[in-house]
Design a protein around this ligand. Structure first.
Ligand SMILES: Cc1cc2nc3c(=O)[nH]c(=O)nc-3n(C[C@H](O)[C@H](O)[C@H](O)COP(=O)(O)O)c2cc1C
Length: 205
């Protein structure tokens, strides 16, 4: 029988996070093309539950869609994340799938998340079916990033690759970008703001 209420892990996690708001990062593991695992710290941005589907909560974070993790997820969306909450001495290990939803979809891209409905993420599929406004959510998440983090999306070299002129190459990059993504594009240079909002589809009970 399908679950109808919020999963037990979600109820417990949200209660604990409400009392431990400084525990706002988790570690996300992905695998590369050679099946080698990679793990890194990400900031939790928000939870998102499709209306009428309390059993399908999502975790949202933000990242640069040029990053290695985005390439890993495009090949294999299976993930595990680990969220240690020191204040309550709780560790949550959440398995599921994760998908990158671009801040700036390609011109002419269909509405919605762009995530293939055949991929195993019923939470994103439910939001897409309900016409969820991913653009507004991306704008909202972009606006709450620090100006410096927003500016990191405007570098002209993919994250994790060698800088052609060493660190001096970064001198031309903006240090701060405004919260409005269209203004940010103007300041960072047209099409130089390719950051992506990653939607984490988490499973568990
Ligand atoms: C405290 C902390 C928070 C971080 N938050 C984020 C984040 O929210 N999004 C992100 O893309 N990277 C974040 N990072 C950087 C990642 O850990 C990682 O170094 C970067 O995203 C590159 O990862 P990748 O090359 O595996 O894609 C954070 C790092 C630290 C130490």
């Amino acid at each position: 029988m399908p679950a109808t209420g919020a999963p037990r892990w979600y109820t417990s996690l949200t209660q604990i996070i409400a009392d431990n708001s400084s525990s706002s990062v988790y570690q996300l593991a992905t695998t590369d093309a050679a099946h080698k695992p990679h793990v890194r710290t990400l900031a939790h941005r928000t939870f998102l539950t499709p209306q009428g589907h309390p059993s399908l909560p999502l975790l949202l974070t933000t990242t640069d869609q040029r990053s290695a993790k985005a390439a890993h997820l495009a090949r294999n969306p299976s993930i595990e994340l680990n969220w240690w909450i020191g204040g309550s001495a709780d560790q949550f290990r959440i398995a599921g799938t994760a998908h990158v939803i671009p801040f700036s979809p390609a011109p002419g891209a269909a509405a919605g998340s762009g995530v293939d409905p055949d991929l195993d993420c019923p939470g994103i599929a439910a939001l897409d079916a309900a016409g969820y406004d991913w653009r507004s959510k991306a704008d909202e998440l972009f606006a709450v990033l620090s100006p410096g983090i927003r500016a990191s999306f405007a570098g002209d070299v993919d994250p994790g690759t060698r800088l052609p002129g060493g660190y001096a190459h970064m001198d031309a990059w903006p240090l701060r970008l405004p919260a409005d993504i269209s203004e940010a594009k103007d300041e960072g240079g047209e099409e130089r703001c390719p950051g992506g909002a990653g939607a984490l589809c988490a499973a568990g009970d």
